[in-house]
Design a protein around this ligand. Structure first.
Ligand code: PEP
Length: 247
């Protein structure tokens, strides 16, 4: 019912030479037709990545919530759509932490993305201290309530659960914890949106690697992955795509 989706988040990494990796990943994607794959490089690499991607979706890591205006340094969703981007990550924990983005801003960005015809990948996740305090599900549920637009069924929304303490640390949540959280996210989406809530894909993110991808993809309600470090090279990203295609 829900196709697996594997998205690479290159963060502030990559250059024109690195686009050879996009070509190699796109080749692998053609050999794994049952899986959806996308790469989100830095803004400057989106257009040249599209030229290399052989139809594989390319997206951005952020967008502004407004369509135009005096917002120096920002990029809006219609600009991304115009150059051929197909998706955008919003509310990544690094945006929430370093740019102080609130749930309300993330929701507005998701709305803007959907209005422009982009798939919006909305990130949520708890800190280590919140998990240790037994508040992980409550924190993520609150983020979902604030960040997912009320008219979500009008657009293509994906939720990415990314425990902050697992991002870029080499530490991965246990399959049990991931299963519990994804079930809670699914319950929230169904309760809020009915049938449509069962169709939304929920990705796990946080140190997904070739050696742990298969076991994570086997967990209930894990519909794919948002991958940082291991998406930068085809050598590491392709085995993750292949693990998704074997599910
Ligand atoms: C991310 O940046 O969303 C991420 C999950 O990073 P990493 O895979 O490196 O932990």
């Amino acid at each position: 019912m829900r196709r697996k989706l594997v998205v690479g988040n290159w963060k502030m990494n990559g250059n024109l030479a690195a686009l050879a990796e996009v070509s190699a990943i796109a080749d692998a994607h053609r050999r794994a037709p049952g899986v959806d794959v996308a790469i989100c490089p830095p803004f400057t690499l989106i257009a040249p990545a599209i030229a290399r991607a052989q139809g594989m979706p390319i997206g951005a890591q952020d967008c502004h919530s407004k369509e135009c205006g005096a917002y120096t340094g920002n990029i809006c969703a219609p600009m991304l759509r115009e150059i051929g981007a197909r998706l955008v990550i919003v509310g990544h924990s690094e945006r929430r932490q370093f740019h102080h983005e609130t749930n309300e801003e993330v929701r507005a960005k998701a709305q803007a993305a959907v209005a422009a015809g982009l798939q919006a990948i909305i990130c949520v996740g708890e800190t280590e201290s919140e998990r240790e305090a037994g508040r992980a599900v409550a924190v993520v549920t609150e983020q979902l309530a604030g960040s997912v637009p009320d008219h979500a069924p009008d657009g293509d929304i994906v939720v990415a659960y990314e425990p902050i303490w697992a991002i870029g640390t080499g530490r991965t949540a246990t399959c049990e914890d991931v299963g519990e959280m994804h079930a809670a996210i699914r319950a929230h989406l169904k309760q809020r949106f009915g049938e449509w809530g069962a169709l939304v894909r929920i990705l796990y993110g946080g140190s997904v690697r070739p050696d742990n991808a298969a076991e994570l993809f086997a967990v209930g309600d894990v519909d794919g992955a948002l991958v940082g470090g291991c998406s930068l090279t085809a050598a590491q990203f392709v085995p993750i795509i292949e693990a998704a295609s074997r599910q």
